[in-house]
Design a protein around this ligand. Structure first.
Ligand SMILES: [Zn+2]
Ligand SMILES: [Zn+2]
Length: 468
């Protein structure tokens, strides 16, 4: 595939599901030539005849003189059927129906039998290519599993315009335009070969693009999406694949990543996505989480909602029980998923936009004596609005701002020797570690501030993400 084609194709493929859009409609703009008649070679008598016939007056089909005229223009049997305006009561194939119309016309005017079927001006012989196109489509799909197809056709603007002119002038009123007739013909022929396939206008399993000019066919396997919630039980597991810092994951990795291209061998994305990718013979996955926890933070409770996007799957039916078992085997003690269901691209947007409150359990060490009223002081953080300047640890990738976030509730304060632990529920986007250690006064108020002691965080767990 030529690089340029790939880009053109991908820019369409990533544009989302757009209904019955013909992605090639606005490509190949063909300007009608203005001085058409002057360009004709005088020696070419045949070419000279066509424009004169084309411009002759004749009644529209289904009048016998109209049918006679379109036959003289070179109309093929298929187009005779679709523009001839004669009922196809016996449900014949268009070709057979068209040839009946032609036979009738010849019986009225035997001279018509001498008209050579040269080149149909109504379709430029497109309908003769149907079988060839269907073969190419089936070859292009290969062994990919699908139940629905969305078709896109590119027909040159020049032909569309010429056909429109001729059909409106000589064809029966209400006759189907070329493009819809052509798509119906391709789809009927495909149904015959493939059996139960749905032709849809959006969210297909496979998208097929047919270029009528070159007969080039492209099949794009659309991604499949699954929704679930994950619990992350281990630290040092990033949510998404994290490329090696040294080699950036290029050229098959380097020494420091032992050829994996990864900074961390495991990620939630791959622990969940790889068994699915393998089961579906897919190319790759993308992972979309409802926010993400720091690499050293566990995520417990009901887990974090996510959608995994599986790219170019050759198989589309999945046994959820089986795949959950596979994930469990590979991700033991690191990641857990209880259930999966089918999802879609719009749910990705939904979970990306959801600002869910979260509950955390945090444990920290206090430098020096723990004041007696520590518990009540910590509980008083309930309802407080924190002002959080961008933490030092993320300042390299986020602009320096002051964020206001509310602490919804604090409970279960536990004091053991010089360590304190509590549960806190707060607004989405709260920097929880900073709420405890204050980040050198950049978060205020903070536990360190109210206890007037240095506090260093031992660990942090997400214990609930309050999303439905
Ligand atoms: Zn035709
Ligand atoms: Zn590396």
């Amino acid at each position: 595939m030529v690089e340029e084609d790939q880009d053109e194709w991908m820019s369409y493929a990533t544009a989302g599901y757009g209904g019955a859009v013909d992605p090639w409609d606005d490509l190949v703009p063909v300007e009608p030539e203005e001085n058409e008649d002057e360009d004709i070679d005088d020696d070419d008598i045949f070419d000279d005849e066509v424009p004169s016939l084309r411009d002759l007056d004749a009644p529209p089909c289904p009048a016998p003189m109209g049918i006679r005229h379109v036959i003289r223009l070179g109309c093929c049997d298929y187009c005779l059927s679709r523009i001839g305006g004669r009922l196809n009561e016996d449900g014949l194939s268009p070709e057979v129906h068209g040839s009946r119309i032609r036979e009738e016309a010849i019986s009225r005017d035997p001279a018509l039998s001498e008209i050579e079927e040269t080149y149909c001006p109504f379709c430029e012989d497109l309908f003769q290519d149907i079988e060839n196109i269907v073969i190419r489509i089936i070859r292009e799909i290969g062994d990919v599993e699908f139940s629905s197809l969305q078709m896109g056709y590119h027909i040159s603007k020049e032909l569309i315009e010429e056909e429109d002119y001729l059909r409106k002038r000589f064809g029966a009123r209400g006759a189907n335009p070329l493009k819809s007739s052509f798509s119906t013909a391709v789809e009927n022929a495909l149904k015959e070969k493939l059996g139960g396939v749905d032709f849809v206008k959006e969210s297909p399993d496979v998208m097929i693009l047919v270029d009528s000019l070159t007969l080039r066919v492209k099949a794009e396997i659309r991604p499949i999406f699954y929704y679930g919630r994950y619990r992350k039980l281990a630290k040092d597991v990033p949510q998404t694949r994290w490329p090696c810092r040294a080699c950036k994951g290029r050229d098959g990795g380097c020494e420091s990543c032992e050829g994996t291209g990864l900074q961390y061998r495991d990620s939630v994305q791959d622990l969940i996505g790889e068994p699915i990718r393998e089961a579906l013979s897919a190319e790759d996955t993308s992972f979309h989480g409802m926010g993400r926890e720091d690499i050293d933070v566990r995520c417990l409770g009901r887990g974090r909602p996510f959608v995994v996007e599986v790219k170019k799957p050759k198989i589309r039916s999945i046994d959820f029980e089986q795949i959950l078992k596979q994930i469990g085997l590979g991700a033991e003690d690191k990641v857990e998923v209880d259930s999966l269901r089918l999802s879609n691209r719009s749910e990705v947007a939904r979970i990306k936009e959801t600002k869910a409150e979260k509950s955390y359990r945090i444990r920290f060490q206090v430098g020096g004596e723990i004041p007696e009223d520590s518990e009540s002081k910590i509980l008083e953080l309930t309802g407080v609005i924190l002002e959080q300047r961008t933490p030092k640890r993320v300042a390299h990738r986020r602009s320096d701002l002051v964020r206001k976030r509310q602490v919804i509730s604090v409970e279960n304060v536990l004091i053991e020797e010089n360590e304190i632990q509590f549960d806190v529920r707060c607004q989405s986007g709260t920097y929880v570690k900073e709420m405890v250690h204050s980040d050198d006064g950049r978060t205020t108020p903070s536990v360190a501030e109210i206890l007037e002691s240095e506090c260093s965080v031992l660990w942090l767990d997400v214990i609930e993400i309050h999303a439905e």
